[in-house]
Design a protein around this ligand. Structure first.
Ligand SMILES: [Zn+2]
Length: 215
């Protein structure tokens, strides 16, 4: 059975106990974890297992979260205590939720806007490349930023759940249902305010949009 994803039950859980299911060098798999394994454009979590540093978390072919440690100080079958870098993860959650909201307004304000390739969200920024059929218009991005911030300030509930086919959903009233296995905040107001800017041009016919938190 793949690692139980505690963050889908409670995205705010920071610490947990787990049993060590496998150790391969510095790669550790547990029976359950709060560490998000890099996927769907969201970076992997960092933190500690029994005080040993987790530098990254990735997903293996079986869907397990593989914790990449600097130096494991426990053995197979041990019960260990894990702790994620909460401050970093909370920023990632806010930015990932903001990315869905900004995408919604990008597709409204730039008619026919499409995602060019999978984006990436870490604790500093969300970066997403778009194809804009009507071309670049910087005034429109100011409107997107305003709509996104007004929407965020309206303190709407964000619902995430797994359906009968195992697909994760993300839904906020006023925005179409999106499929997403990432981790999100529960209310838009938690995001605070965001800055939405044009990034370095990723290639012909594409525009990169970067979101950051205004703190
Ligand atoms: Zn997502």
């Amino acid at each position: 059975m793949p690692t139980k994803k505690l963050y889908w039950e409670d995205p705010y859980q920071r610490e947990f106990d787990a049993v060590v299911g496998s150790i391969d060098g510095n790669r550790v798999i547990l029976n359950q974890t709060c560490f998000y394994a890099k996927s769907g454009g969201q970076v992997g979590d960092t933190g500690e297992l029994n005080g040993a540093r987790v530098a990254d978390t990735i997903k293996d072919d079986a869907g397990n979260a593989v914790h990449i440690l600097e130096e494991p100080n426990f053995k197979l079958g041990d019960v260990i205590h894990g702790k994620i870098d909460w401050e970093r993860r909370y920023k990632i959650m806010k930015l990932h939720s903001a990315a869905h909201i900004v995408y919604n307004f990008m597709s409204k304000v730039y008619p026919g806007a499409k995602i060019a390739s999978s984006g990436i969200v870490d604790e500093r920024k969300d970066k997403q490349d778009y194809i804009l059929p009507d071309g670049w218009d910087k005034e429109k991005l100011v409107i997107v930023e305003k709509y996104a911030n007004d929407f965020i300030a309206a303190d709407k509930e964000i619902k995430c759940w797994t359906d009968a086919d195992g697909i994760r959903h993300w839904l906020v009233a006023g925005v179409p249902d999106m499929h997403c296995g990432g981790i999100h905040v529960k209310r838009t107001s938690e995001i605070g305010r965001v800055s939405v800017k044009r990034g370095k041009k990723p290639g012909a016919g594409k525009e990169r949009i970067e979101i950051s938190l205004i703190e």
